[in-house]
Design a protein around this ligand. Structure first.
Ligand code: PLP
Length: 496
């Protein structure tokens, strides 16, 4: 039987066991991926379920770490999708940076919890310092503040929660935190573009406003919110006696990477008394780059902004932040608990519990802290910039190919396209591209994304990986062609 000493850090036996375990786990990761020539094994969902169905997850007697890790290497690691593979280009799902993985190991082992200072004495201040620098990075003044979150979903939810409470206080004199929704809640509206992320609707539903409270504004031909259409929508709402309270601008839509005209949106928000939230989950990383940061102009005027580090900042999941231009507004959701942040604090120390919708909270801030300090802004910017250049090259390659059509002019690194040779109509192109995507995933040769553009299934390359080359993109497109030929030939056989 393993002694308790060997199971916990703190003694020589425990510390040695820890070193060995971490090394063993990292070795298993490296080996699992070294054997894979493609980003995915191609194994079906049913096959994973089958293989795991007989595994006893809570045996009466343990098998030891070595045997267990061997099993995990075989059953899980080698059959995972290879996020660091240059041909894994489907989602906003990044290859994690090595310094960030080192930080992940350290933050897990120290296991600090950010809800109260006595559970994270140094970590609390690392997070606060990171937040300060992030506020600076995005152009907020000294009143800015923020909190680390599990990602864009949580950041967007919390931003709209604050916006709802703020508006109810300002407009209806209602303290939602204490007394619940105002009578006018049924009239409250959130505005975002039709290309915005679904989390606006999800948040509206969670906030008791209902997803129908979200009014979408049409986009221009670059998938950006059209300010004239926004004016028309605002006029419409006024006419119908509805109360818009939040305007969500997107800096990097999930499908197209398009960025709303943030300055124009900030003007409208100021004019109409709206809370201006910017969802920069995807595009926030442009702030690192002197060449591209101009695309975010106006973001510093946002009341709140969401940024994800587990996308274009190459951090392991989960890692995001919500920032506020005016940090005092965290008061709108203030919580106090005797055991965490007593009002009569005996220590002159910050307890971050009140800024978050979580209680126990990971020390995720350590990951960007280590990454930023280890690599520096310039190197990080180069990584991001190289992927934007690659997206331009990929779009040009698609535009030149007679059997493909490209559907966006990339602002970030997402390229949306269809396989569509001469004479293939919309409907057939949609079916064909859906079948291609499935066949690719089943073969494992390339992992590409899919989405709908004007009702037709399309394919997507999300080129986050700085290691992906033009040659890799060419290979992915060849794989698409090959699958298309196989599918078309099979159809012809069936018909003939
Ligand atoms: C990814 C994404 C989200 C959701 O963020 P999670 O980190 O997945 O919770 C929200 N908005 C946009 C624009 C995104 O790209």
């Amino acid at each position: 039987m393993t002694s308790a000493d060997e199971l916990f850090l703190g003694t020589d036996a425990g510390n040695d066991a820890y070193r060995e375990a971490v090394e063993r786990a990292s070795e298993a990761v490296v080996e699992a991926f070294a054997e894979n020539a493609t980003p995915y094994s191609g194994e079906s969902s049913a096959s994973h379920a089958d293989r795991l169905s007989a595994v006893e997850c809570l045996p009466d007697e343990g098998q030891g770490l070595d045997a267990t890790l061997n099993g995990v290497a075989d059953r899980v690691l080698s059959r995972s999708v290879g996020v660091s593979d240059p041909k894994c280009v489907a989602h906003l799902h990044c290859p994690p940076l090595v310094p960030a993985l080192a930080a992940e190991t350290a933050l897990a082992a120290t296991n600090q919890s950010l809800d109260s200072w006595d559970q994270s004495p140094a970590a609390t201040h690392v997070e606060r310092r990171m937040v300060e620098q992030l506020c600076e990075l995005f152009g907020y003044g000294p009143g800015g503040d923020g909190v680390f979150t599990s990602g864009g979903t949580q950041s967007n939810f919390q931003a709209l929660l604050l916006a709802r409470n703020w508006f109810a206080r300002e407009r209806y004199g209602r303290r939602v935190k204490e007394t619940g929704l105002p009578h006018r809640a049924k009239a409250m509206r959130i505005l975002c573009s039709e290309a915005a992320h679904f989390t606006a609707e999800q948040a509206a539903a969670h906030l008791g406003l209902g997803e129908n409270a979200v009014v979408t504004v049409p986009t221009d031909d670059g998938y950006r919110m059209d300010p004239d259409a926004l004016d028309a929508t605002l006029a419409d709402l006024r006419e119908r006696d509805e109360d818009p309270f939040a305007l969500v601008g997107t800096a990097g839509t999930t499908d197209f990477g398009s960025i709303d005209p943030l300055d124009a949106l900030a003007d409208r928000a100021a004019e109409h008394g709206l809370w201006f939230h910017v969802d920069a989950a995807y595009g926030g990383a442009l702030a690192l780059s002197p060449t591209h940061r101009e695309k975010l102009a106006g973001i510093e005027r946002a009341d709140s902004l969401a940024v994800d580090f587990h996308k274009l900042f190459y951090q392991p999941i989960s890692c995001g932040a919500l920032l506020l231009g005016d940090g005092d507004r965290f008061d709108l959701i203030e919580r106090s608990a005797e055991y965490l942040n007593p009002e009569e604090g005996d220590l002159d120390a910050p307890n971050l519990v009140s800024k978050s919708v979580q209680t126990t909270r990971r020390f995720d801030a350590l990951k960007p802290y280590v990454t930023f300090r280890a690599l520096g802004r310039e190197r990080l910017a180069e990584l991001v910039e190289s992927t934007l250049d690659l997206a331009d090259d990929a779009a040009a390659m698609l535009a030149d190919a007679p059997d493909f059509e490209v559907l966006n002019d990339p602002t970030l690194n997402a390229v949306v396209f269809r396989y569509r040779p001469e004479g293939v109509g919309d409907e057939r192109a949609g079916r064909l591209n859906a079948a291609i995507r499935e066949a690719l995933l089943r073969s494992g040769d390339a992992v590409v994304g899919r989405t709908e553009v004007e009702g037709t299934t399309s394919l997507k390359l999300t080129l986050l990986n700085p290691k992906t080359t033009v040659g890799d993109v060419g290979d992915v497109l060849d794989a698409v062609r090959n699958r298309a030929r196989t599918i078309t030939a099979a159809e012809a056989t069936l018909q003939g």
